[in-house]
Write a protein that binds this ligand. Structure first.
Ligand code: DC
Length: 230
């Protein structure tokens, strides 16, 4: 049995993290949600009045990067690591609509990407990791043994996100959620540094029509084939 690196990239709300978490649990691998790291940096910028809908003090945020400490701590009840920003658990806070609206601006900045990519590469240094994001198979782990690229229609993804907001009691409309999904798709695919693209050797899974169980089985089978091969 080999230890491998599994990169799962794709558009927002394609269910990447659900599959990645399940896969990591089943294989006893570490799961890393790289999007949570961009979200936590965004939350830091919000807390320090460096970003809002109206302004973005980019240079100040870059200057403060060394003050931003990110860590994942395993929560046995949930079965995955929750993200801590300067020793505070921000796992729930980083998922709100405000962070979702601002995060793409933060994720465009090369200095921030460089720092987070280095941390992500450290987390995967011993392999046995499942990481999801936008540039994992292209930039973070270009040599990952298994690369998955997940897609689904914008409507389907917005519905998934909207249901999560409703469950948490957030006051947002479906239209607003759909607009946010489309806006992030646009920024994520058109930014200069590490845009969201499918790696040449990634396997594409369109989950518009697959159930969660079907998706998981497909990815798990692909992983086992590689792990058990010589
Ligand atoms: O996966 P997510 O929706 O939580 O990601 C939040 C944002 O972070 C998303 O708009 C794009 C950005 N991101 C990125 O640029 N690179 C990654 N590896 C992960 C996320």
């Amino acid at each position: 049995m080999k230890n491998i690196t599994i990169a799962i990239d794709g558009f927002s709300s394609t269910g990447k993290s659900t599959i990645a978490k399940e896969l990591a649990t089943k294989l006893k691998y570490v799961y890393v949600d790289s999007g949570a790291m961009y979200r936590a940096v965004t939350l830091y910028a919000m807390q320090h009045n460096l970003i809002s809908e109206e302004f973005f003090l980019k240079e100040r945020l870059i200057d403060e990067l060394d003050n931003i400490k990110l860590a994942f701590m395993f929560n046995p009840d949930l079965g995955f690591g929750e993200i801590y920003l300067n020793d505070v658990n921000v796992e729930t806070e980083i998922r709100n609509m405000k962070v979702s609206r601002l995060v793409s601006k933060v994720a465009e900045i090369p200095e921030i990407r460089k720092k987070l990519v280095e941390q992500q590469q450290q987390m995967g240094i011993n392999k046995s990791v499942v990481m999801d994001g936008r540039d994992i198979g292209t930039v973070v782990f270009p040599d990952a043994e298994l690369k998955i690229f997940m897609t689904a229609s914008a409507e389907k993804r917005a519905k998934r996100r909207f249901d999560e907001f409703v469950e948490r009691g957030e006051q947002v409309t479906f239209d607003e959620t759909l607009k946010n999904v489309e806006y992030r798709d646009h920024i994520d695919t058109s930014r200069k540094d590490s845009p969201l693209v499918k790696a040449k050797d990634a396997i594409e899974i369109d989950n518009s029509t697959l159930t969660r169980k079907e998706q998981f089985e497909k990815v798990y089978k692909l992983a086992l084939e590689i792990i058990e091969s010589n």
